[in-house]
Design a protein around this ligand. Structure first.
Ligand code: PLP
Ligand code: COI
Length: 337
């Protein structure tokens, strides 16, 4: 893959060598299969097509200075996919099978893992879909789990450079007792209109408010929100946001640095009190805010053109642990062998 322009990769799909698949039929998971095809064949009445029986995950493989390939907190992704499966009545894939499939997919495509220091990583996309036919609104009896990978650059093209975000009250991503806490396709479908509008108006993403009262911060499109206030790392507690593995890790790293962590409801007006704020997630890593525009109230909260000191420290710590350049005191990283 020497001819790949790693430094200028965007966050997009590209083909690699092969993907790993596993079917659930007759009440049990089968063996892992390797496929060279980027297509799947399924019944036209498959439940993933009609009733949204679809869940996915996102994690990354990182090339270290030592040339080794590492993944970050893979058990957390495996467990979150189980929680998504429970949420929409799909069978849970055992954690070990999830890990085995991810490791296999990475190994089969290892020449696509970007070099250390290029700023790019290998994005891993596990997907679980109902493929059995139903026409009544019922769960399928057959499922397909697939893991495919691709090299990617930053999710927001500016990477770690601060950018602008927007609040619109007329859209919700997920309902309070709906599916916001699990990673299912329907949430992303619900976010498309607001997301495309935000991009067309020059914003990186939408900062959603809680759907019930529109008083509190929820999350930022495909990432969680965090703000820094004095010595505190503040992040929303909400019944409609995805429990981000990156955010969970940043909370721990903030504690390790002697900061206080506040996981609580965050009123939208508190945006004025943060010295730094940003989005965090696997794809987004830390994407600092330059500003948040509250479109309904015509208020702009601003944070500066450069990443804040705390965001910078957290970012460096996180990416250094992920690629094996710094000690991993919490045992978050596994080497792909
Ligand atoms: N929130 C949403 C809606 C997401 O899609 C993601 C991405 O997975 C995140 C937050 C960040 O989660 P994680 O840090 O586990 O990638
Ligand atoms: C991730 O951060 O891995 C995501 O899944 C975000 C997005 C591409 C949906």
């Amino acid at each position: 893959m020497e001819n790949l322009d790693w430094k200028n990769l965007g966050f997009g799909y590209s083909d690699t060598n092969s993907n790993v698949r596993c079917y659930y039929r007759d009440g049990k998971w089968g063996e892992l299969e390797i496929s060279k095809s980027n297509e799947i064949t399924m019944h036209m009445s498959a439940t993933c097509l009609h009733y949204g029986q679809e869940a996915f995950e996102g994690l990354k493989a990182y090339r270290g200075k030592d040339g080794k390939i590492r993944v970050f907190r893979i058990e957390e992704n495996a467990k979150r996919m189980q929680s998504s499966a429970r949420g929409i009545l799909m069978p849970e894939l055992p954690v070990e099978k999830f890990k085995e499939a991810v490791f296999k997919a990475i190994k089969l495509n290892q020449e696509y893992v970007p070099p250390h220091g290029s700023g790019a990583t290998l994005y891993v996309r596990p997907l679980l879909i109902g493929v059995g036919p139903q026409i009544g609104v019922k769960p399928a009896t057959e499922y397909l789990f697939i893991v495919f990978v691709m090299p990617v650059g930053p999710y927001f093209k500016e990477g770690f450079k601060p950018t602008d975000y927007v609040i619109y009250r007329e859209y919700d991503r997920a309902a309070p007792q709906g599916t916001g806490t699990i990673k299912v396709g329907g949430n992303y479908a619900a976010s498309l209109r607001a997301g495309v509008r935000a991009h067309s108006e020059g914003y990186s993403a939408v900062l959603y408010l809680d759907a019930r009262e529109k008083k509190y911060l929820d999350e930022c499109g495909p990432a969680n929100f965090f703000g820094i206030k004095g010595n505190s790392y503040v992040t929303p507690k909400s019944e409609s946001i995805l429990p981000s593995i990156t955010n969970k890790s940043l909370r721990q790293l903030a504690k390790d640095m002697g900061m206080t962590v506040e996981e609580r409801r965050v009123p939208v007006e508190e945006l004025a009190e943060f010295s730094e704020a940003g989005a965090c997630g696997t794809a987004a890593v830390i994407s600092p805010f330059r500003s948040v525009y509250d479109a309904d109230k015509d208020i702009r909260y601003t944070y500066g053109n450069d990443p804040g000191e705390v965001s910078q420290k957290l970012y460096n710590k996180l990416i250094n642990i992920q690629c094996g350049c710094e000690e991993d005191p919490h045992g978050w990283v596994s080497i792909v062998e």
